[in-house]
Every structure is written in structure tokens, then in C-alpha cells.
Design a binder for this molecule. Sequence first.
Ligand code: PAP
Length: 316
Amino acid sequence: MDSSFPNISSTLLGELPKETWWASDHYNWEGFWFASSRLSPVMAARSNFQASNDDVFLTSSIKTGTTWLKAIIPTIMNPKGRKNDDTDDPLLKHHPNDLMPSLELQLFKDNPNPDLTAMPSPRLFRSLVPYPLLPESVKNSACKIVYITRDPKDVFVSMWHFMNSWTCTIGQGPWKMNEAFESFCRGVHAFGPFHDHVLSYWKESLRRPEKILFLRYEDLKKDPKVQLKKLASFLGRPFAKEEEVEKVLWRCSLERLKTLEVNQNGVDPWLGIPYKLYFRRGIVGDWENNITEEMKERLDQVTRMKFEGSGLDFKH
Ligand code: PAP
């Protein structure tokens, strides 16, 4: 195991394609865009993380509805998560980010070899890296991967609101929507390109459906009970009663999480982001209220071109 933090030398950085995204330098490594501060943790996790067969991974591109699943998966895995008594529900005291730690944004952020042996089993993790950049042991062990994605038009709108709200709290002005949109269409954004990210998991989920469960935010919104049952069975924790499904859905609902004190006033200690920014409208089709018809056509065209022949679309 590598014991030194793989510092990114200025020589390597100098060789990588560079673009600015939200006033921060991003580098293209292995076909995907990363802020320089994310490259070392991503590389360290890829080299040093050892998966166990009963680990559960939540993976996604940014702003696809991951926070909902960061709440749902731990609640499904928690033996008390579907019981009537809510008094010791971890969500009362923790933002969902705390319940499924991120490899690159938390665990490997400042340490190339964190000791994860004390984590209770089954361990729950999340990651924003595309499938090819996952640690090999995640790909090769029996651990499960849940992937969530969303209509890219809603992803863009969600990202735009989130990034502007955050950067405004740290004193940076908003980024013009048309510039951010151009960047998104070209695939330049943190952990992007979005379409390549989605395709990487989609293809692998077709090859190994027992390993990767591929979910769409729109399906979860439309038919939450069906999707939750599918997810619980995939995780080996099927529901026994309809009320259990309803319980988990209620505990993890946007309406409930939004009003909890921890989420209204807390701040993510790893990122400095106010927790309340993770909860916005949570609807399907919010793009209609935010982008022009021309922008819609442009992004739909990118999506059609990228997904052609893959069997994947976002019609709902
Ligand atoms: P992240 O990449 O920062 O983790 P992520 O959670 O993937 O963000 O996406 C945020 C979106 O999920 C927001 O969508 P919106 O901007 O269109 O509103 C947020 O509102 C939505 N979201 C967060 N929690 C929930 C939830 N419990 N149920 C449904 N949607 C949710």
C-alpha cells in the first residue's frame, strides 16, 4: 500500500488540460474534470482504498439527487430505520452527508491512508468519481454500487442555484447563467463531463446488474415505493410491510429534512457549505422555470448525441 500522499506535482498539473469552472482551476485527468484540490484524494482513494464485500457505495455526478439517497440508504440499512419510533433516527442530528462519508471529499481529503477499520459493518460510502476511476477493489469485490442520475437540464439548474448560493455566501458574485451553461454543455464542471459519467455507470450496470443498481431521480419522484422496494431488495434488506416503505420515505422526505434544525443551521465541516443549500425545490422539470427554449434544445441535442445507441434516455 502506498504510504505517501500522491502530491500532484506542478509538472503533472502543467501537462493536464486546464479550464476555469466557477472561478476555480479544473484539470482534465483521465477524461474527467477535477479541481486541483480533489486530484490527490481521488488518486489516493483509487490506489489505497480496500473494499469489503459488504460495503455499499453510492455514486453519482453532482446535483442528481444524491442527498435523498444519502438519507435513504443508511435508513434502509439501519435495523431501526423502518421502526415507528423516530427518537433515535440519526437524521435528526446528522445531515445525510455524515451518514455516507465521501471518499474524496472527506475520508481521503487530507490523508492518503485513513484507517477505516473502526467503521461499523456494513460500511456505507459515497463517491463522485466516474466508474473507470473507482478503486479496483470496489469494482472487483462483491460490494454493491447504487448510482443515481437525473435529467441533465435539471442537473444544470440545480447546480447553478447551488453554486451561486454557495459562492455568494463566500463573497463571490454570481456566474452568468449562459456562461455556466456553455461550460456544462462542453462537459466542463466538477467531476464532469456529466454525460460520460452517466454512460460509464450505465454500461457497467447493463453488464453487471447484480453489482450496480442504476436509478433515475425522475423514477424515484414518480414511483417512490416501487423504487424503494427495488433498492432495499438490491441491498439485501427487503421490506416486510408496506408501512416500512412509507416510514423510510417519510423519514427521508425533502419536506422533513428541510425543517430539521441540523439542516437549517448546520455547516458541512469538510466543505464549509451551509447544509440548507442541499435542499431546494426537489421537483422534476424545474428547468422549465430557468432556462430558455434555445438552451433546452441545445442540451437535449448534446444528450441525444452522447446517448445515441446506449438505450439510455431521460424521457419521463
Ligand atoms: P450534491 O451533488 O451536492 O450531493 P444532490 O443531492 O445530488 O447534490 O442534488 C441536489 C438536489 O437534490 C436538489 O434539487 P433541486 O436543486 O432541483 O431542488 C435538492 O433539492 C434535491 N434533494 C435533496 N434532498 C432531497 C430529498 N430528500 N428528496 C428529494 N430531493 C432532494
